[in-house]
Design a protein around this ligand. Structure first.
Ligand SMILES: [Zn+2]
Length: 433
């Protein structure tokens, strides 16, 4: 299909002209063929853009999408209690059928709030990939890898074997919509043999590594007690930072950690809602920014959020660092949206995503700006960051395909997913009778 958005406000995310009013966006063959204020000659289907704002599809750089099963399941605990006493035992009861329903619920939430691409770390990756491919979103997928014993051989360890299989089956699938990352779940859930082997595997196959880094104070300090070094430093000493790293959280990283991340070109994924909900702390985003680190945004799994609405992350990323530094200019509205678009695309190594620009993928989220809480609009960026919500999204287009429009999911059976969640997932996984 070929589309022409007419008279729309386009948020390009280009620094010299970030917002173009009265714009025409011509979408052809999955790409933005034209963006400008002169109406192009074409036979495309027209989309009326009056009172609407088009932004680059948002990029959620850290989640565990099937964790929708655990939305509100164990509130009020810190990370270690929450994981060990509630989440890990329930996850042991998951199967493909449950993951399918949970994934669809998570995908639907993301589609309805303007997310075009996400980075996931979980189990049952074939099921997640099949459902994401069918829904039409982009994804960087990583098979979560934990290892609690000293015995580890990448060639035989089950989740490492699954990583290799995932690579063969899914890396570059669906025209590159789906990419595969390697994974280290975290320093506290694995060991040196794992870190060296995963770093080697990622380097050999030109992959990035998705990992959790210094999310909690106890995890960070126990690592220093055990190894005399921080989690980032022990990873670096095993070659982990020799490949592109997507490091979720970074709440407790030290000055030395920040320097080594900056030198290696790693991305820090800021998850403000999850970090506050699990009482983990606030990531030193001002210091990460000063060091020139690529900072992206993530929701984390909805079990610790409890939604996939990136507008909440954008708003909090813009707000909390003003409060901690007493500097109202610390993270500007533009920078907060940049984290959720341009920086996210860089983290996912998708160079033709994250902006509205000719030649880029037509990943476009459209918001209805004709709503009371968006009126008036002195500044589009300001309204996007401080006033908009995910529910203001009225259309989500990924690579030129409309996957969500006016409350309708065009590529996913939401009623079936809700039925399965109620009738199958809740009784079998969460013990709800
Ligand atoms: Zn996580």
């Amino acid at each position: 299909m070929e589309y022409l958005f007419e008279n729309i406000t386009a948020v390009t995310m280009d620094r010299d002209e970030p917002v173009i009013k009265g714009a025409y966006i011509h979408v052809k063959d999955g790409k933005i063929a034209y963006l400008g204020t002169v109406r192009p000659e074409c036979e495309a289907e027209r989309i009326d853009g009056r009172h609407k704002v088009a932004i680059p599809g948002l990029i959620n750089c850290h989640t565990h999408v099937p964790m929708t099963a655990f939305r509100g399941y164990a509130d009020g605990y810190d990370l270690q209690t929450w994981l060990n006493q509630y989440i890990f035992p329930a996850e042991d009861r998951l199967d493909d059928r449950a993951v399918a329903a949970c994934t669809d619920i998570g995908l639907a939430e993301m589609m309805a709030s303007g997310i075009s691409s996400f980075s996931d770390m979980y189990m049952f990756c074939d099921t997640i990939a099949e459902h994401t491919e069918a829904a039409g979103l982009k994804m960087n997928i990583a098979r979560g890898l934990t290892c609690f014993s000293d015995e580890f051989d990448f060639r035989t360890y089950p989740s490492a074997v699954e990583t290799s299989e995932l690579l063969g089956r899914w890396n570059g699938a669906d025209g590159g919509r789906i990419l595969v990352d390697a994974c280290i779940h975290g320093e506290y859930t694995s060991n040196e043999k794992v870190w060296r082997s995963v770093a080697e595997f990622a380097a050999e196959n030109s992959l990035g590594i998705h990992l959790h880094l210094s999310e909690t104070k106890s995890e960070h300090e126990q690592c220093i007690q055990k190894y005399g070094r921080t989690p980032a430093r022990v990873f670096a000493d095993c070659g982990v930072f020799d490949v592109p790293v997507n490091a979720a959280h970074c709440v407790w990283v030290s000055g030395d950690d920040i320097r080594l991340m900056a030198e290696s070109g790693a991305t820090a994924v800021h998850n403000p809602v999850s970090n506050m909900k699990l009482a983990s702390g606030i990531a030193p985003v001002p210091e990460l920014k000063r060091a020139g680190i690529n900072i992206a945004l993530g929701t984390d799994g909805v079990s610790s959020n409890n939604s996939h609405d990136m507008f909440e992350e954008i708003k909090l990323a813009a707000l909390i660092h003003k409060a901690t530094t007493f500097d109202p200019k610390m993270i500007t509205a533009f920078e907060a949206i940049e984290m959720a678009t341009v920086n996210g695309a860089r983290a996912q190594r998708r160079e033709d995503s994250g902006r509205l620009r000719e030649g880029f993928d037509a990943d476009i989220a459209v918001l209805d700006f004709d709503r009371p809480h968006l009126t008036p609009c002195h500044d589009v960026m300001s309204n996007l960051v401080f006033s908009a919500r995910g529910s203001d999204v009225v259309m989500n287009m990924v690579r030129g395909e409309i996957i969500y429009k006016d409350g309708e999911f065009l590529t996913l059976d939401i009623e079936r997913a809700k039925y399965e969640m109620e009738r199958y997932v809740l009784p079998t996984v969460c013990g709800v009778k």
